[in-house]
Design a protein around this ligand. Structure first.
Ligand code: PLP
Length: 462
């Protein structure tokens, strides 16, 4: 192993050099991939030299998500303390299902869960677990809600027309999960949003009443804290009142921006969160841990246990349920996603996490101010969002983003709201500084200046 760790160190250095030299890896067209890199798996072994060389090439041409020109997704950057935690988790290779096999790692996971529950004011019956991503966190919430609504479903299956509500701007995992859960995609009712992309509580109420009158069974509302495109926050407090009145489970999908719970300055964006039944957030988004690190919390420990526990004499042989985390998880064998978050949290404290979140909103303000002061840009994004949506010189966003990628100039994506397509800059990398955001715009502008043919002729004529 020692020799392989030395190889790892060499490869890591190669990656850091590549990131400096080429912050955007030159993309290999998908249909040329097998001709460019030695990817095929063959009958015979390869030499050590060829092995190292191949890994080096693979590293060089893999898209770089930790550099200062990566703004393409709802994650980015590399937090050293969190990365160390994840590397250790790989070396330790525990499975989180039992105390016997994971030991103190169980305590690390439980500490994160309990601290998070305390932060949002969930009370003494709260608990949670780590899921393999935000989509699966939402799935777990849906299953808990389904079984809480009708405790016979795990035995008998779904026989009623169960209705799910989510906003038109919410993540695609909700209809997908409804299919998984036997509820059906057609039973997902999409609620309209206002111009800020926030779910309209009045519309939700109307739709619920209509469904009840039709003999359907409303049981689940998915609110979003940070919608995927605009970064909008649904109004949790009014939604929770409606849910309470009609006995509906309220889940808050905070995969993107739920980490505002750590910030004194921005936690008002999830005001009323303590009235929800479940809440999820991805530490691999705003908190910058390596993928994936997704946490699902519920106010009702009982429902987490009811929906996910299963006895297994060959597995649970020592210690109580409280320490055998497999009793409340989606998987059986489960990787340790907690340690990387714990090493980060331990090293910077809750105050440090708060600073990271505040800094991302600060960077978003820097970006918005730049756009507002420059008439070549049109802004489509609002305050209190770390998604900055804009267009530049009337250039179709899809074309601009694709050309920037193909020319290895900048990694940024586009989104759509109310029929308009725009570039979406995400200021989620807390390792960035104001100058990195300004560099983003400089890079984009020089690219367009060099490639004038991308500007629509009617804009050029003006
Ligand atoms: C990213 C995201 C998800 C999905 O999380 P994964 O970890 O990618 O599965 C769900 N909801 C929202 C709002 C998101 O932004």
């Amino acid at each position: 192993m020692q020799k392989d760790l030395e190889l790892f160190q060499r490869l890591a250095n190669k990656l850091f050099e590549a990131e400096k030299k080429n912050p955007i890896a030159t993309p290999i067209p998908a249909d040329e991939l097998y001709d460019t890199l030695s990817i095929s798996l063959d009958d015979n072994p390869v030499s050590d030299e060829f092995f190292e060389d191949t890994l080096g090439r693979l590293i060089e041409s893999t898209p770089k998500t930790a550099t200062k020109l990566f703004f393409n997704q709802l994650f980015g950057g590399r937090n050293p303390k969190a990365t160390i935690g994840d590397l250790l988790a790989v070396l330790l290779n525990n499975s989180m299902y039992t105390y016997k096999v994971a030991g103190p790692q169980v305590g690390i996971e439980k500490e994160i869960l309990h601290k998070s529950c305390d932060l949002i004011g969930y009370g003494k019956d709260a608990d949670g677990t780590f899921a393999p991503g935000g989509s699966m966190s939402n799935f777990m919430a849906l299953l808990m809600a389904r079984d809480a609504y009708n405790a016979n479903i795990p035995q008998d299956g779904v026989t009623q027309k169960l209705i799910v509500y989510t906003s038109a701007e919410s993540h695609y995992s909700t209809p997908k999960n409804a299919a998984f859960a036997g509820i059906g995609r057609k039973q997902v009712h999409f609620i309209k949003t206002n111009d800020y992309g926030e779910m309209l509580a009045a519309d939700l109420k109307k739709q619920i009443i209509k469904d009840i009158d039709a003999g359907n069974h409303p049981f689940f509302v998915n609110a979003t804290a940070g919608t995927t495109v605009l970064g909008a926050f649904d109004p949790i407090e009014p939604l929770s009142k409606i849910c309470k009145k009609y006995n509906i489970w309220l889940h808050v999908d905070g995969a993107y921006c739920g980490s505002v719970i750590f910030s004194e300055k921005y936690k008002h964006l999830v005001k009323g969160l303590e009235h929800s039944d479940s809440f999820s957030y991805n530490a691999h988004k705003m908190l910058g841990t390596p993928l994936s690190c997704s946490i699902i919390l519920t106010k009702h420990k009982k429902h987490l246990h009811d929906s996910f526990s299963n006895d297994a004499a060959y597995l649970y042989q020592t210690d109580g349920d409280d320490y055998n985390l497999g009793k409340t998880s989606l998987q059986c064998g489960r990787r340790n996603d907690a340690l990387k978050f714990w090493t980060l949290w331990k090293s910077v404290g809750t105050k440090g996490l708060s600073k990271m979140v505040d800094h991302q909103f600060h960077l978003a303000d820097v970006a918005r101010n730049y756009i507002k002061s420059n008439s070549d840009y049109t802004l489509y994004s609002y305050d209190n969002s770390i998604s900055i949506c804009f267009n530049y010189k009337g250039i179709p966003a899809q074309e601009l983003c694709t050309r920037l990628y193909e020319d290895a100039a900048l990694m940024v994506g586009f989104g759509n709201f109310n029929g308009t397509t725009f570039v979406r800059l995400v200021t989620i990398n807390a390792g960035n500084e104001d100058s990195d955001i300004l560099n983003f715009f400089n890079t984009l502008e020089s690219f367009v200046a060099k490639n004038k043919n991308i500007i629509p002729t009617k804009v050029l004529a003006e």
